[in-house]
Design a binder for this molecule. Structure first.
Ligand SMILES: Cc1cc2nc3c(=O)[nH]c(=O)nc-3n(C[C@H](O)[C@H](O)[C@H](O)COP(=O)(O)OP(=O)(O)OC[C@H]3O[C@@H](n4cnc5c(N)ncnc54)[C@H](O)[C@@H]3O)c2cc1C
Length: 374
């Protein structure tokens, strides 16, 4: 039987756990436990890899803006690019609305014309597009490079990373917890729950009340465009009605039907009907004529009833810290969310501005009661 000793144990080696591990410097021994043989096997390696400053509720946009600044600093430090400009066109079609509302209420969304949208993204069909708005600040993220940076930094800070350690039991001791995975154990004074789709399951292992975190499946397919040649610098297109998004990926088109289907916490797989649905929708709105898929996958976007993350000390269990519920924003917020979470965990200043701190305070797990946590 091997036993790992730590002051803080982080459960989950996705982007949440790894970014936090990288942001922790000097709190004593930190141990990161990951259930799978490899890190970031689940949702963190299945995203659309975008940073969209105009996407999500106000608190998410605030934290995303702070994260963009920090990602710039990371790029400078490591001497390589993580972000590539990929402006976003919010598209409105005959059958859906919502663009006026978006342009009026979300700073950074600049109203444009159908002509301009088609000029910048000639794949769009001018005869079905009824409106367009632009987010010039949107960027594509090299997620693999970002994850590698977080892992390297965590290791440099002395964090011990243990793979193949699925936490399945926990016993309270005077000074904290004995945490088990079969015959293997770890001991720690405090626990961080960064276990993504399994966050409520992990809480139950520690006897902590769930927060109503529901995993939602979202599918992505990468398919050949048979209708026209694609250009690598095309902007991304998002149907403001939620029907699809697409962008260029290695000479093909990466597209999603943007479904939001509740799904058990598991190794999610793409369903053929979702892949076919997005192709039909994209083909109806563009000249792309998506054909065979080169690859398809699905991941789980996990969030509570109000759609914003759950980050902070549990109100009823002073040794249990939540870093969960990032939904569809876990990549774009990671740099700032990790900084804020580390400061909250260690009860130190984050160094981020008051507006970002205020946004972060709305993520508190104390906002749940018995009715909202179901
Ligand atoms: C199709 C799709 C597109 C997306 N696009 C974007 C995007 O463009 N931009 C963006 O910002 N976000 C996007 N997201 C969301 C983003 O990917 C997630 O918010 C983020 O990856 C969540 O990270 P995580 O670390 O919380 O979860 P995960 O990556 O799932 O990590 C959780 C880890 O915890 C481990 N774990 C679970 N239980 C245990 C246990 N008992 N013991 C030990 N380990 C355990 C799991 O094995 C897993 O590795 C997208 C998501 C999907 C599905």
């Amino acid at each position: 039987m091997d036993t790992h000793e730590a002051d803080i144990v982080i459960i989950g080696g996705g982007i949440a756990g790894l970014s936090l591990a990288a942001a922790l410097k000097g709190p004593g021994r930190v141990l990161l436990l990951e259930a799978e043989p490899s890190l970031a096997y689940h949702t963190s390696s299945r995203s659309a890899a975008q940073t969209q400053p105009t996407y999500g509720p106000p608190a998410i946009r605030e934290v995303t803006a702070a994260a963009l600044g920090l990602l710039g600093e990371i790029e400078e430090r490591i001497g390589r690019r993580i972000l590539t400009p990929r402006p976003l066109i919010w598209c409105e079609f005959e059958d859906g609305g919502g663009l006026a509302n978006l342009s009026l209420t979300v700073p950074g969304v600049v109203p444009g014309t159908v002509e301009e949208a088609v000029r910048r993204l000639p794949a769009l069909r001018a005869d079905v597009l009824t409106g367009a708005a632009f987010d010039e600040g949107a960027k594509q993220v090299d997620v693999a490079a970002l994850l590698a940076h977080y892992e390297r930094t965590a290791i440099a800070h002395g964090v011990e990373i243990v793979r193949d350690f699925r936490v399945d039991a926990a016993v309270r001791t005077g000074g904290g917890w004995i945490i088990r995975s079969g015959e293997r154990t770890a001991r720690a004074a405090a626990v961080v729950n960064a276990s993504g789709a399994w966050a409520d399951t992990t809480a139950a292992i520690f006897g902590v009340a769930p927060k109503g975190l529901v995993p939602h499946r979202r599918t992505v397919t990468v398919a050949r465009a048979e209708g026209m040649p694609v250009q690598p610098d095309w902007p991304m297109a998002v149907d403001v009605g939620g029907g699809f998004f697409f962008r260029v990926e290695d000479g093909a088109i990466l597209a999603s039907p943007m479904e939001e289907d509740p799904n058990p916490a598991e190794d999610a797989v793409a369903r053929i009907e979702d892949v076919e649905r997005v192709k039909r929708r994209v083909n109806a709105a563009t000249h792309l004529q998506l054909g065979d898929s080169l690859r398809s996958w699905a991941g789980l976007r996990t969030h509570p009833y109000d759609g914003i993350p759950v980050v902070g000390w549990d109100p009823d269990e002073p040794t249990f810290f939540w870093l969960a519920g990032q939904g569809g924003y876990g990549i774009q917020t990671s740099a700032a969310l990790a900084r804020l979470a580390a400061a909250s965990l260690l009860r130190t200043p984050s160094g981020l501005d008051p507006a970002t701190e205020a946004a972060f305070s709305t993520f508190s797990p104390a906002r749940f009661d018995a009715s909202t946590a179901r």
